[in-house]
Design a protein around this ligand. Structure first.
Ligand code: C2E
Ligand code: MG
Ligand code: MG
Length: 766
C-alpha cells in the first residue's frame, strides 16, 4: 500500500511540477527547496495515501470519499508548490482557487469511485488526468505573479537544474516504487494462485473423503476425533451428533454402543481395545457383526499415538462365503448335510465313540424312486425327496445325523448306541415312516425304502470302509426284495468282490471275443418240423468257463453294457439266419434296458441290412417287464419294429404280472409259455389249466403259442393236445453252436422224419 501511495503521489507531483517549470519563466527565477520538498511530500501523503486507500476500500462510496480527499490533496500540493516559487510574489483569486479545488475533488472522486477495473480503468485514468489538469489550469489561471528581487543569501534552486534533478529523482523513486508494486502484485498473484490451488485441493480431498465407499475416522493422540466422513456415520448406524470432529473418542464409542444395542461393559472393552490398537506398530484388522446381518471389516492404522480407522462393509462378501460354505456342506434341495459333511460327522462319531459304544451307519435307498420321476415328473420327484428328508429328520435323535448322499440315497449316523438292536429299531422306524403314503400336489405316492446297516467298530473303524459295508448291506436288502433292512456280513464283501471281478471281465468280454451265440430249434407241434431257432447268448470266460446268461445279463444291464451286447447278438443271429433256408425264422431276446435309448430300432435295421435278412424272418422276444416301464415310449418302439415287418413275441409269459392288458396294449404275434408251467404240467392241475387258458385265449386272438422247456415226450403230447402251436426244449435239442445247425437241418431234412427221431438216431450213433 505504501508503494502505491508513493507511486500515485510522486506521479501526480512530478506531472504537476514539470508543468510548473514551464510556467512564466520570465518571472520565476527559482524554487525554494524546503517548500518544494514539502509539496512533494504532500504529493505522497495528501494524494498517494488517499488514492491507495481508495483502491482497497470495501465500498464504492468509501473509494469516492478517499478519491475526493486525494483530489483536495492535489490542490494542497499545487498551492504549496506555487508557494515555493522564487523571484515573484504569488497571489490567487479566491474564486479560481475554490473552483480548482472543486474540479480536483470531484473528478478524482468520480475516477476512484467507479472502481477502475477492466474497461473502467481507462475512464478512471482519463478522469484523474482531467482532475489534475483542470485543477492546475484553473489555479494557474487565477494566479497573479508580481516580480520581486531575489534574496541573494537564500538558497534557491535554478528552475532548469531543479527540473532535471527533481525529474531524475522522481523518476528513480517512481521506478523503485513501480518495481516494488509490480513485485508485490506478482507476489500477491502467486500467493493467490497458491491459495486457490490449496482451496481446490482441500475441496477435492473433502469430496473424496465424503464420497469414498469406506467409512473413515481419525483419532488423535489427545483422544479426540480429528476427522471423519459421512460414510462412517452411515456404516456405524450413527445419527447426527454421534460423531463429530474434536469430540472425545470415548464419547464416539459410547454413542456407537448406544445406537447398536451394546451395553456399557462392551463400550469399555471397545475403548480399551481402541487404545491397544493405536499403541501397536502393526495395522490391526477386526470384524464387527451387526444384528441386521451387516458385517464391517475394521482396520486400524496407528499414526503418531493416534490412529486412522477405516470401516469397510463386507456383508455381501461374507454372505457369499457363508453361502458357498453352506453349499459345500449341505444339499441344496433338502437342506440336509451332503456327503462331505456326513463323512466328517461320521469321522467325528467314530473317533468320539467310547469303549463299549457302537456307531451305526444306515444307508437308505428309495425303492422305485426313478419311476416316480419318470412318470410324475421331476418337480414331484423333488417334492418327494424333500418330504422324505423331513420324515427322516423327525425319526432321529439330536445326536444323530441324516444326510442326502445324492439322488434318492440317504444315510444316517447313529452315534453312541449300546447295541445293534438300537440300529434295528431305527431301521424299522425309518422304513415304517418313509413307507407311509405321501400326498404331493394331488398325487398319492407310496415308496418303500431299503436299508443297509454297518456297525463300528465291529465292521470297521475306517469311515470309507464302513460306508462301503453299509452300501453292500443295502445292496443285499434290495436284492432280498426291497422294503427291508440288512446288516453287513463279511460274506457280502466276498460276493461283492467276485461281482466286481465279474464286472471287470464282462467289460472286456466283447473285445476279447468271448461271446458266442447258441441256437435252439423251435419246433412246430403238429408237423414236428423246425420252424426256426432262438438265439441264446453264451459267455465263455477264460477262468470260469461258461457263465450262464442269468448271471451276466442282469450285470450287463446294470453296468450299461447290454446295449452294445444286444446289438452284437442281433448282428450275429441275423447273419447266421441268412445262411439258413428261407422258411426258417430267428428269435432274438431283447432286454428291457434296450428300450430306454434310441438305438434299438437302428440296431435292428442295421443288423437286418448287414445280413440281408428279410424282416419277417426276425422275431424279437420281450418280457413282461418291458411293458411295465415308460409304456408310451416302449409301445412306440414296438410299433416301429412291427412296421418294419419284424414279429414280436411275449417271452416267459406267466412269470411276471401276466396281465392280460398287455395283450390289449400291443398285438403280440406269439406268446411263449414259461417253462415253469411245462415242468409242472403232469403234476399240477393248475399249471395245465393255465396252459390251456393261454392257448385257448391265444388262438381266439390269432396269436401263436410256444411252450418253453419241453423235456419229455409226455409233456409234448400233452401240449399238442392243449393246442400249443410250437414247442421248444431239450426234448428236441439243447441250444447248439452255429456250426452245428446246418448238420442238424440236413439230418432232419434227409430223414424226412420228425426231428426227435433224427436226434435220437444221432445221439445213439454217437
Ligand atoms: P429265455 O429267453 O426264456 O430262453 C430260454 C431258456 O431256457 C434258455 O436258457 C434255454 O437254454 C433254456 N431252455 C431251453 N429248453 C430247456 C429245457 O428243456 N429245459 C430247461 N431246463 N431249460 C431249457 P439260457 O440260455 O440259460 O438263457 C436264459 C435266459 O437268458 C433267456 O431266457 C433269456 O431271457 C436270457 N438271454 C439269453 N440270451 C440272451 C440275449 O442274447 N439277450 C438277452 N437280453 N437275454 C438273453
Ligand atoms: Mg427267449
Ligand atoms: Mg423264455
Amino acid at each position: 500500500m505504501a508503494a502505491i501511495a508513493v507511486i500515485a503521489g510522486v506521479g501526480v507531483w512530478t506531472t504537476h511540477f514539470v508543468a510548473m517549470l514551464g510556467f512564466r519563466p520570465d518571472l520565476v527565477l527559482g524554487y525554494d527547496p524546503a517548500v518544494t520538498l514539502i509539496s512533494a511530500l504532500m504529493g505522497v501523503l495528501a494524494v498517494g495515501v488517499p488514492f491507495s486507500a481508495a483502491s482497497i476500500a470495501n465500498s464504492r462510496r468509501k473509494s469516492a470519499a478517499w478519491g475526493a480527499l486525494g483530489g483536495l490533496g492535489i490542490g494542497a500540493m499545487h498551492y504549496t508548490g506555487m508557494a515555493a516559487l522564487q523571484g515573484c510574489a504569488v497571489s490567487h483569486l479566491f474564486f479560481t482557487t475554490l473552483l480548482s479545488l472543486v474540479f480536483g475533488a470531484s473528478f478524482a472522486s468520480i475516477a476512484l469511485g467507479i472502481r477502475p477495473v477492466g474497461w473502467r480503468y481507462p475512464i478512471a485514468v482519463s478522469l484523474l488526468v482531467l482532475a489534475v489538469c483542470l485543477l492546475h489550469f484553473t489555479a494557474v489561471g487565477g494566479a497573479r505573479l508580481t516580480p520581486q528581487a531575489l534574496d541573494p543569501s537564500s538558497l534557491v534552486f535554478e528552475p532548469e537544474l531543479l527540473g532535471v534533478v527533481l525529474s531524475g529523482t522522481a523518476l528513480m523513486i517512481l521506478s523503485a516504487a513501480f518495481a516494488a508494486v509490480f513485485g508485490q502484485i506478482r507476489l500477491e498473484k502467486r500467493e493467490q494462485a497458491e491459495a486457490e490451488r490449496l482451496a481446490e485441493q482441500a475441496e477435492l480431498l473433502s469430496s473424496a473423503l465424503h464420497n469414498m465407499s469406506n467409512g473413515l475416522v481419525v483419532f488423535g493422540a489427545d483422544g479426540l476425533i480429528k476427522l471423519h466422513n459421512q460414510r462412517a456415520i452411515e456404516l456405524l448406524n450413527l445419527q447426527a451428533g454421534d460423531l463429530v470432529d474434536r469430540m472425545p473418542s470415548r464419547d464416539f464409542i459410547a454413542n456407537f454402543a448406544k445406537r447398536n444395542g451394546r451395553d456399557e461393559e462392551w463400550a469399555e472393552r471397545a475403548i480399551a481395545n481402541h487404545g491397544k490398537w493405536m499403541s501397536q506398530e502393526e495395522v490391526v484388522r477386526v470384524e464387527q457383526s451387526f444384528d441386521d446381518g451387516k458385517v464391517l471389516s475394521i482396520s486400524c492404522r496407528p499414526v503418531n499415538g493416534g490412529g486412522i480407522l477405516t470401516y469397510d462393509d463386507v456383508s455381501d462378501e461374507r454372505e457369499h462365503q457363508r453361502r458357498m460354505a453352506y453349499l459345500a456342506h449341505y444339499d441344496a434341495l433338502t437342506g440336509l448335510p451332503n456327503r462331505l459333511l456326513f463323512r466328517e460327522e461320521l469321522d467325528r462319531a467314530v473317533a468320539r465313540a467310547h469303549r463299549g459304544e457302537t456307531v451305526s451307519v444306515l444307508c437308505l435307498d428309495l425303492d422305485h424312486f426313478k419311476s416316480v420321476n419318470d412318470t410324475l415328473g421331476h418337480p414331484i420327484g423333488d417334492a418327494l425327496l424333500k418330504a422324505v428328508a423331513g420324515r427322516l429328520s423327525d425319526c432321529l435323535r439330536s445326536s444323530d445325523t441324516v444326510a442326502r448322499l445324492g439322488g434318492d440315497e440317504f444315510a444316517v449316523v447313529q452315534a453312541g448306541i449300546a447295541s445293534p438292536e438300537d440300529a434295528t429299531a431305527l431301521a424299522q422306524r425309518l422304513i415304517g415312516a418313509l413307507g407311509m403314503p405321501y400326498d404331493l400336489e394331488g398325487h398319492q405316492i407310496i415308496v418303500g425304502t431299503s436299508v443297509g446297516i454297518a456297525l463300528s467298530p465291529s465292521d470297521s473303524i475306517d469311515v470309507d470302509q464302513l460306508l462301503k459295508c453299509a452300501d453292500m448291506a443295502l445292496y443285499r436288502a434290495k436284492a432280498d426284495g426291497r422294503g427291508t433292512y440288512r446288516f453287513f456280513e463279511a460274506e457280502m464283501d466276498a460276493k461283492m468282490q467276485s461281482r466286481r471281478a465279474l464286472e471287470m471281465a464282462l467289460r472286456k468280454a466283447l473285445q476279447n471275443d468271448e461271446f458266442e451265440v447258441f441256437y435252439q430249434p423251435l419246433v412246430e407241434a403238429k408237423s414236428e418240423q423246425i420252424t426256426g431257432f432262438e438265439a441264446l447268448l453264451r459267455w465263455k470266460q477264460t477262468e470260469r468257463g461258461y457263465v450262464p446268461p442269468s448271471e451276466f445279463i442282469p450285470l450287463a444291464e446294470e453296468i450299461g453294457l447290454i446295449g452294445r451286447i444286444g446289438a452284437w447278438v442281433l448282428r450275429q443271429a441275423c447273419c447266421e439266419a441268412a445262411k439258413w433256408p428261407e422258411h426258417l425264422k430267428i428269435a432274438v431276446n431283447l432286454s428291457p434296458v434296450q428300450f430306454k435309448g434310441q438305438a434299438l430300432v437302428l440296431d435292428v435295421t442295421s443288423a437286418l441290412g448287414a445280413a440281408g435278412l428279410s424282416p419277417h424272418r426276425l422275431e424279437l422276444e420281450v418280457t413282461e417287464t418291458v411293458m411295465l416301464q415308460d409304456t408310451e415310449t416302449t409301445l412306440g418302439i414296438l410299433h416301429l419294429l412291427r412296421e418294419l415287418g419284424v414279429r414280436i413275441s411275449m417271452d416267459d409269459f406267466g412269470t411276471g404280472y401276466s396281465s392280460l392288458s398287455y395283450l390289449r396294449k400291443f398285438p403280440f404275434d406269439k406268446i411263449k409259455i414259461d417253462q415253469s408251467f411245462i415242468r409242472d404240467l403232469s403234476d399240477k392241475a393248475d399249471s395245465a389249466a393255465i396252459v390251456r387258458a393261454v392257448t385257448t385265449l391265444s388262438s381266439d386272438l390269432g396269436i401263436s403259442t410256444t411252450a418253453e422247456g419241453v423235456e419229455t415226450q409226455e409233456q409234448f403230447d400233452r401240449l399238442r393236445k392243449e393246442g400249443c402251436t410250437e414247442v421248444q426244449g431239450y426234448l428236441f435239442s439243447r441250444p447248439r453252436p452255429a456250426r452245428e445247425i446246418p448238420a442238424m437241418l440236413a439230418d432232419a431234412d434227409r430223414r424226412r422224419k420228425p426231428l426227435a427221431d433224427a436226434l435220437e438216431a444221432r445221439s445213439a450213433a454217437a
